[in-house]
Design a protein around this ligand. Structure first.
Ligand SMILES: [Zn+2]
Ligand SMILES: [Zn+2]
Length: 279
């Protein structure tokens, strides 16, 4: 399968290493395309790129694009945070940037009582706060809240790729909080896939959870990807790398999951055009 990755985090946000180190790693590992997707500016934490750094980020990636032309296809993107009710990829700000693609992701949920954001994927304490203090201790409510916002993000649109769709499972290794077989969980996932169907948005297969030891499979779980394939939803493989050496972490595993889900091809950005390439 052609090697590409459009989901990477350099030192501009919460990743390690300069963009150039990612380019060198991609060349060494035989990649055909590499996309940079810093977290968009976050008002709530240091995970996102600082808004005043964005022009430098844009210039640096565009410089690398020119410098490595003919060797590696390099793209400028962002992983744009969906803050339900506050901010999305449809914000005019993003239209002012020369982005070549956009990943849409949801990491945080709003606690109305405390008027504070809590991350789904950060500390276990924050996860437990969402579950116990915001969702009455019921995982079913947590899943409804989470996937409801994912569907809202899809409806708002202006994204090319849906980032780590089932991030809610990050702290659920060994199914300690919920079973993915629960009917209420499956219903939420199916509704989300039905919402995604026919939008053209790519459902990425993301090996980041495996890389950092949180999950024992990719995002999304293989059964979800199979349902996505049945609905004709396009996919692609991304490492969500936070350091250059992890660009292709668990790519063999990711490729296997994609093939076993029934996919015959992946959707990739090459020479500035999205196209389907055989796996
Ligand atoms: Zn993310
Ligand atoms: Zn990411």
């Amino acid at each position: 399968m052609i090697k590409t990755c459009y989901h990477t985090h350099s030192h501009y946000c919460d990743g390690k290493g300069k963009p150039k180190a990612y380019v060198e790693s991609a060349l060494e590992k035989g990649f055909s395309a590499l996309g940079f997707s810093s977290h968009s500016p976050w008002p709530t934490s240091d995970c996102g790129i600082k808004e005043k750094q964005v022009p430098k980020y844009v210039k640096e990636i565009q410089g690398l694009k020119e410098q490595y032309a003919g060797q590696l296809d390099i793209y400028l993107g962002l992983e744009i945070e969906y803050f339900p009710g506050f901010s999305s990829a449809a914000d005019e700000y993003y239209d002012t940037l020369p982005l070549e693609y956009r990943i849409g992701s949801l990491h945080s949920l709003w606690d109305e009582r405390e008027e504070k954001w809590y991350a789904v994927d950060w500390t276990l304490e924050q996860y437990k706060h969402i579950l116990n203090d915001m969702c009455g201790g019921m995982m079913e409510n947590f899943a409804r809240l989470y996937y409801g916002h994912i569907r809202d993000m899809i409806r708002v649109g202006r994204i090319d790729i849906l980032g780590h769709m089932d991030l809610i499972k990050k702290h659920n290794k060994g199914e300690v909080w919920f079973s993915e077989d629960a009917s209420w969980y499956r219903d939420e996932v199916m509704d989300t896939l039905d919402c995604l169907k026919d939008t053209g948005i790519i459902l990425e297969v993301n090996t980041g959870g495996l890389c950092r030891g949180y999950t024992d499979t990719v995002y999304p779980s293989p059964w979800i990807l199979k349902e996505a394939c049945d609905r004709g939803i396009p996919t692609q493989l991304n490492g969500d790398a936070h350091s250059p050496e992890n660009l292709d972490f668990a790519y063999d595993e990711g490729q296997k999951v994609i093939a076993e889900a029934g996919y015959k091809d992946v959707r990739v950005l090459l020479d500035g055009v999205w196209s389907d390439r055989p796996i």
